[in-house]
Design a binder for this molecule. Structure first.
Ligand code: GAP
Length: 437
């Protein structure tokens, strides 16, 4: 399939099947903001759960946090955001559109109107959203919507370290909304002004920074492959010196091969002791760690893997989208890993029938406490299988008239389309084997 078609088809599928809608759509939408519908919210939640499981639940060296979006304005001075969180912006004198200077095509032509030599000099444009807290709108009440969750972690370093009694190396993970007044949002949910970010700050002894940076680059790459993104659609790209953020001693992007080319999926940065040192300076609090065993005090260095949940969901959707021909008909399917699929199991009574209905509900009630299920009895069974394939449901359980006699159901696999007859009292074991957690 041609790459531009792939993007268009995934976007259409998301709209048609209730994964993602344009925000405020009845008012004509609102500037690249998106709402997640019933299936989209399940998919995004599964992406976040998979990340949390990997980064927190399966490790004994990482704990979680949920810090406030609104923080003391000094936080953003200490972090360097007030001074340096900007993008270079140019205007096209011909069509008046604005672009990021570092995203312009090499030809120098305006991507909107095609004019050449029409750009103004680059100006720095601030990306943080400003607001006011309290009843008075003046300079003293200014606050920012956080552009990353990382700072909430740094300012809680002492709280978490002392209450958990963790010693470096250890990490603090957080998932939450972030806001950036992007000059050129776009490509659907790839770049938006409001998004969710999944970040982990891993605090290590200074001399171990380089080793842990390498470790996290490899770990994060492996996670995407484990969840079904083909290896040849992923690569690690180290930033060169001019590209590095103000705080970084080394950054690599996990890049994905999007339909428009290679682009950032996740960033892994070696932030050194920049953040803790700056917050210590600005707050007057000692944020160093005393290592009792070695009898030495140091400011930990930080390795940070940071990934957008929305962008990550887009990559999983693009990688999972397939079309194939089955008996002369087009079949669209999302080959999502079962851990990510919005619906794990669809329960399908063969037809709307008063004798089948109670058994279908019995099967649904059996599965519901353990799995996200959908009960669908509208239309032919073939069409219902296709509807489930299209949203990536790994298993369909069909209740038919034989079920009334043999107390068995048919379990149909999304990818192979093979069908197994399974007794209802063995159904939980059977599906549990097929749907790993
Ligand atoms: N604390 C480090 C940090 O915020 P970043 O590379 O600016 O690093 C982390 O952002 C990740 O968040 C990116 O790799 C990307 O997945 C996601 N992201 C960044 N800006 C985004 C935007 N405007 N829309 C959607 N996702 C975004």
């Amino acid at each position: 399939m041609a790459k531009p078609d792939l993007m268009e088809r995934v976007v259409n599928l998301c709209k048609r099947r209730g994964l993602v809608f344009p925000s405020s759509e009845i008012y004509g939408g609102f500037r690249s903001t998106w709402d997640y519908g019933p299936l989209g919210v399940l998919l995004k939640r599964n992406v976040k759960d998979a990340w949390w499981r990997e980064m927190v639940q399966l490790r004994d060296d990482v704990v979680g946090l949920d810090s406030a979006i609104l923080m003391h304005p000094r936080v953003w001075e200490a972090s360097g955001h007030v001074q340096a969180f900007t993008d270079p912006l140019v205007d096209c004198r011909n069509c008046k559109e604005r672009f990021r200077a570092d995203h312009l095509p090499e030809s120098g032509a305006c991507p909107n109107c095609g004019a050449t030599g029409s750009f103004t000099e680059a100006r720095q444009f601030h990306l943080m959203f400003k607001t006011n807290v309290g009843p008075v709108e003046d300079e003293g009440s200014v606050a920012y919507l956080r552009p990353e969750t990382a700072q909430g972690i740094f300012v809680n370093f002492l709280n978490v370290q002392t209450t958990t009694r963790k010693k470096p190396p250890f990490g603090i993970a957080q998932i939450g909304k972030a806001f950036r007044n992007e000059i050129t949002p776009g490509n659907f949910i790839f770049r938006t002004r409001e998004f969710e970010v999944m970040e982990m700050e891993y605090f290590v002894p200074p001399e171990d920074g380089a080793r842990w940076y390498e470790y996290w680059c490899q770990e994060r790459l492996r996670w995407f492959v484990d969840l079904g993104i083909p290896e040849d659609q992923l690569r690690l790209r180290p930033h060169d010196a001019e590209e590095l953020s103000h705080y970084s001693a080394g950054t690599s992007d996990v890049e994905y091969l999007y339909p428009w080319g290679w682009g950032e999926l996740e960033g892994i940065a070696n932030r050194t002791d920049y953040d803790l040192t700056r917050h210590a300076e600005f707050s007057g609090q000692d944020l160093s760690f005393y290592d009792q065993e070695a009898d030495r005090r140091y400011v930990p260095h930080v390795i940070e893997p940071a990934l957008g949940a929305d962008r990550c969901m887009l990559a999983f959707l693009l990688a999972a989208y397939h079309e194939e021909e089955v008996r002369g008909e087009k079949r669209t399917l999302l080959r999502l890993d079962p851990r990510l699929a919005p619906i794990a199991i669809a329960v399908l009574p063969l037809s709307r029938n008063e004798r089948l209905n109670p058994v279908a509900h019995e099967v649904a009630d059996l599965l519901r406490p353990r799995f996200m299920i959908d009960v669908d009895d509208a239309g032919s069974i073939g069409r219902r299988y296709r509807r489930q394939d299209e949203v990536g449901t790994p298993l369909c359980v069909t209740v038919d008239f034989d079920t009334l006699d043999d107390r068995a159901v048919t379990v149909r696999d999304r990818d192979s389309m093979t069908q197994d007859r399974v007794p209802i009292d063995k159904l939980i074991d059977h599906v549990q084997e097929r749907l790993p957690s």
